[in-house]
Design a protein around this ligand. Structure first.
Ligand code: TYD
Length: 409
């Protein structure tokens, strides 16, 4: 195979993580599609030049984001609240012009964030490549284009609607292999005083929590302040603020602007120093991480096999994309996990990608709870634990793998 190349620096990538053949993280499927299921080698590479951890190979975007895409943002109350807060922070910020501000969101999904701007009568535009999801946003009163964003789309928006005050994205930027095209588009789209504010799962949390399940086909990059500063720096933009978030098991919100538009906050300086302590800019950090991931797999498989040999019933809670990486990397199928319950109707009645564990509605968990539930939606632990007192009171126990494999409850 040819030497893989970093999408940011153009330098050779060093392979640092290998998860073997993996299916699509969100590719929940009916049995008639098992035979034609798509797999690809899931490996991560790192470049010390760009400091960007990235998938070496990624399935074509059309395979992942299409009319059957199974992810809707508005499935969690916590996420609803989070995006309400994010939008109000933007509305109250100094970055929006007083007169007729214009806000663009990339990957607006079903409108979970932009609806707040729509409700406040702020001029907005969502850009969402999944057509079915974009239709839901439009029905929710959020004006949405179904396109893949790039410089041409940015130019078209500027021609028709003018430049934007704020360009927002949540859990989107890390999905885009041609991120350079997106950054060029952002530079074109933003006013001289405009800002881009986006958040994604944070590499520092992944390394500290050994949450390797953040790695799947859709997450082509895992960002740090170092890699974001390098990437946007190539296009004349500067990281001016960072704000850690609890979402997705630990995310970072990055704020960037055209060079010299705003001062750089202390939070940026502090985070860069912390990342240097963690070694997020250096290759050996990922080689050490790879060993920890292997240990996590060994611990989880041995726990599940032990419980099963004691005759315990085990189910999963939350058919997350993240769980696809764990199940396939650990080789855990329906012999160990009876079913996974999930509240998303489009996933119910289907089977998990690769390992083919049945996905059942939440009612299955409620009426026929297992002895142990693997908390695949661990990023929603607070909300779920609060809702599942009855399960725990009846002796039900949780299995979590972050920050280490353990039984709770
Ligand atoms: P999400 O957090 O988006 O994870 P990923 O990005 O890895 O897919 O998905 C959470 C999933 O868990 C989603 O399918 C809905 C489901 N879920 C439940 O079934 N019950 C719950 O109480 C919560 C909060 C989520």
């Amino acid at each position: 195979m040819n030497q893989p190349i970093c999408r940011i620096s153009g330098q050779p990538l060093t392979k640092v993580l290998d998860f073997g053949q993996q299916p699509l993280g969100n590719g929940f499927l009916p049995p008639e599609h098992f035979i034609s299921e798509y797999f690809y080698p899931m490996e991560m590479g790192f470049s010390e030049k760009s400091m960007m951890l990235q998938l070496i190979e990624q399935p074509a975007p059309e395979k992942m984001f299409h009319e059957h895409y199974a992810f809707y943002s508005s499935t969690s109350r916590f996420m609803e609240r989070h995006f309400g807060e994010f939008s109000h922070q933007v509305m109250q910020s100094k970055y929006l012009a007083k007169a007729d501000p214009f806000v663009v969101e990339l990957g607006c999904n079903d409108g979970i964030m932009l609806k707040h701007f729509a409700q406040a009568s702020i001029r907005h535009l969502g850009i969402e490549p999944s057509r079915n999801v974009a239709e839901v946003a439009n029905v929710n009163g959020v004006r949405t284009l179904s396109e893949f964003f790039n410089e041409n789309v940015a130019e078209k928006i500027v021609r028709e609607e003018g430049q934007a005050d704020a360009f927002l994205a949540a859990n989107v930027m890390c999905h885009i292999p041609d991120i350079q095209g997106v950054v060029k588009g952002i530079r074109t789209l933003l006013k001289p005083t405009g800002v881009v504010m986006f958040e994604d799962p944070y590499l520092g949390d992944v390394i500290e929590k050994i949450s390797y399940d953040q790695i799947y086909d859709e997450h082509v990059f895992l960002f740090s302040a170092h890699s974001i500063q390098y990437l946007f720096g190539l296009h004349g933009m500067v990281l001016i603020d960072v704000q850690p978030q609890k979402t997705h098991g630990g995310s970072m919100r990055y704020v960037l602007a055209h060079a010299d538009a705003y001062p750089v906050s202390d939070a940026v300086t502090k985070l860069l120093l912390k990342e240097q302590d963690l070694g997020l800019h250096l290759l050996p950090t990922f080689e050490a991480f790879s060993k920890k991931v292997e240990q996590s797999r060994a611990d989880l498989v041995s726990l599940l096999c032990n419980l099963k040999s004691q005759g315990k019933r085990i189910a999963g809670y939350g058919a997350t994309s993240k769980s696809t990486t764990i199940l396939n990397y650990c080789g855990v199928g329906p012999d160990l996990i009876e079913y996974i319950s999930d509240t998303t109707p489009i996933k119910q009645g289907k089977f998990t990608p690769g390992m083919h564990i049945p996905v059942k509605p939440y009612e299955a968990f409620k009426t026929n709870p297992p002895d142990y539930a693997v908390l695949f939606a661990w990023n929603h632990a607070e909300e779920i634990m609060a809702n599942e007192k009855a399960f725990m009171d009846a002796g039900g126990k949780w299995i979590v793998h972050v920050p280490k494999v353990q039984v709770l409850g």
